[in-house]
Write a protein that binds this ligand. Sequence first.
Ligand SMILES: C=C(O[C@H]1C=CC=C(C(=O)O)[C@@H]1O)C(=O)O
Ligand SMILES: [Mg+2]
Length: 461
Amino acid sequence: MKHNPTPHTTGSAGRQVSGLHFYTETIDAGRLSPLAFFEAGENEFAGRRFYWENRDKTLKLVGIGHAMTLTSDAADGRFADVRAQWQRLCSVLVKEEGDLPPVLFGGFSFDPENHPSDEWKGFPPAYFAVPQFQLAEKGGRTFVSINLVTEGETAAEDFERLRLICESMIHEAQVMERTPAQKPEVSALDELARSDYLEAVGEVTGRIRAGEAEKVVIARSVQLAFDEAATPSSILENLSAEQQESYLFGLESGSKLFFGATPERLVEIRDGQALTACVAGSIRRGKTASEDRELGEGLLHDPKNRSEHQYVVSMIGDVFRSFCEEVRIPAGPRLLKVRDIQHLFTPVEGIPNPDKDLLDFVEALHPTPALGGTPREAALPIIRESERMDRGFYGAPVGWMDSEGNGEFAVAIRSALLEGSGARLYAGGGIVADSVPEEEYEETWVKFRPVLRALGGKLNG
Ligand SMILES: C=C(O[C@H]1C=CC=C(C(=O)O)[C@@H]1O)C(=O)O
Ligand SMILES: [Mg+2]
């Protein structure tokens, strides 16, 4: 709905209300490729873009530019910080009939107390933004909104300027000749601290057998070098084509793109429903349909993987039983098969208590035992001592929420941090008493596959 916002100079009581204003305006952009729109933002807005596909591909979101950036460096209060900043913005939102609710997109780091490197510079403990231009593709239709946050009194002129930029990006997205997404030429793959990882898994298994914890997720990273710089829109295009059953996310900051294809929902709040998923316990896909079926059946009946999975169901079930009414949890897991891997999977649903919002669920759930361990307070220190890497945003919540309380966060696994002509890939696995280091190592290779393939890497087997 096109409107010429005139800044509110008098509040309902007729008193002067100056300060922060938040306007949104939705344009019907007809049919538009979200990835083409993302690419159209390359020149002006590289480093300030976001890309999202939900798991069943009923929603794609693109954020171009930052109307406002919301960050927090607080180790403990980061979730409350983001909520307070977002609520303050939404309290001054001007949205008219026909305008879509503006979104806030971004993510959290896995562990603000474990930041041993500057690998993740530009990704603070909480990193969110209101997109200046927001594309949403849902129900087969594409909408583009312009969001404007301003303290000034020039909203009308600002909007005029933004409309022209938006119009040219829509035009470019519709008419540009898009070359088929090229994959980078990989010149090297470096397994960082491979022996340290194997040693750590052995050590942690011993500490679990000694009763220090019941489960601890240990991860590792590998570094890819390319002949030349890779372009974010091409990588996301590859991933979108190759990973049809996973969430897709891409979050830029400065010269970095954090991206991935994850099967793991953390939590969605949609029309008064809270939905999450327990995803833990893994095995590779078979080379034939019958081998695939055998491997899946074996996973469903494997004691080690079932125990790995049950820790996640217990914890998430506890959170949902205390945050929701009418909690629904199936009696046992089923298989979740995505392109490169199959998991034990238990969906959990409930009706949120009125005093619980999306960030309450994110804060309570993160990290689930699928990425941290059980008990959490024992597992996190063991991860800090044992992992030779900086998880940054790997394994943490990434997603979006809108001004009406709806939104969705996924767990940022099957992911990588791309910068120029290099990328760092992250993968881990749940370690329990009867874990075997070599088997966990092989499992991480299966988990590297989605991003390794999208980055042009060689896949073993
Ligand atoms: C820690 C990862 O996967 C988690 C999610 C699904 C299955 C898992 C597993 O079987 O170990 C992990 O808990 C990762 O992909 O890096
Ligand atoms: Mg596992």
